[in-house]
Write a protein that binds this ligand. Structure first.
Ligand SMILES: Nc1nc2c(ncn2[C@@H]2O[C@H](COP(=O)(O)OP(=O)(O)OP(=O)(O)O)[C@@H](O)[C@H]2O)c(=O)[nH]1
Ligand SMILES: [Mg+2]
Length: 217
């Protein structure tokens, strides 16, 4: 895998104002939680090194304000991102429906290294403030359905206050990013190997390969 590409990752966090994006980041990066609400202006940047499958990653986190002009701001900050966490507030159902606005903007704006959509995990934060129902119609099941129906790569109920599922959210997102980056890099390596196997003096073979592979050599 290309080391620069794999070790420096950019993750953005989007969602309606007040859902707990800054609190999520502060919990993960500093293990801190603050009750007072101070709206983020445009964006806040944090970083953390993170070990995943024996490799150290430098995670650059962009926490994006959920206020006005969300579409333009999201487009700007999504540039070159590797993944996204889209946040809703478990106590405010409309914030879940609104996640689709961000998902659509991202899907229309940014693509991953493999040409597919950006890995995107749906989070319903403030789980400490609600009690989940049981059985088929539980709120967790509804969240999973919503996540699947709207093309998210997974979902979690989190609490920045009690530190519920914060690490699990990041780990899930990382697993998708690393899997897809590895696939891209393996594909590139295979193309390189095939190129090396062809005798450079044998022009007809090389030309044949060029035609097949779109001219990699
Ligand atoms: N009980 C509870 N409160 C939370 C949780 N997460 C955040 N809050 C509170 O919710 C309020 C808003 O949190 P923020 O993290 O500032 O929300 P935000 O999404 O960054 O908001 P913007 O910057 O305006 O987009 C604050 O008062 C937090 O203390 C949580 O998991 N549980
Ligand atoms: Mg904020």
């Amino acid at each position: 895998m290309n080391d620069n590409m794999s070790s420096n990752l950019k993750i953005i966090i989007v969602g309606k104002s007040g859902t707990g994006k800054t609190s999520f980041v502060n919990r993960w990066v500093k293990n801190k939680f603050v009750e007072t609400y101070k709206a983020t202006i445009v964006s806040e940047y944090s970083s953390k090194t993170y070990k995943y499958q024996d490799k150290i990653y430098h995670i650059n986190l962009w926490d994006i304000a959920g206020q006005d002009h969300f579409a333009q701001i999201t487009k700007t900050f999504a540039k070159d991102a590797h993944g996204c966490i889209t946040m809703a507030d478990a106590t405010e159902p409309v914030s879940l429906t609104e996640t689709i606005k961000w998902k659509n903007v991202l899907d229309d704006t940014e693509t991953f290294a493999d040409g597919g959509k950006l890995p995107n995990i749906l989070v319903e934060n403030k789980a400490d403030l609600i009690e989940d129902g049981e059985g088929e119609a539980s709120d967790s099941k509804k969240l999973e359905e919503f996540s699947k129906n709207n093309g998210f790569d997974g979902c979690f109920r989190t609490s920045a206050k009690t530190n519920l599922n914060i690490d699990n959210t990041i780990e899930k997102l990382m697993s998708i990013i690393v899997r897809r980056l590895t696939a891209v890099s393996e594909k590139e390596n295979n193309v390189d190997k095939k190129c090396l196997l062809i005798d450079p003096e044998n022009h007809s073979e090389k030309d044949k390969y060029r035609t097949k592979q779109g001219g990699c050599c």
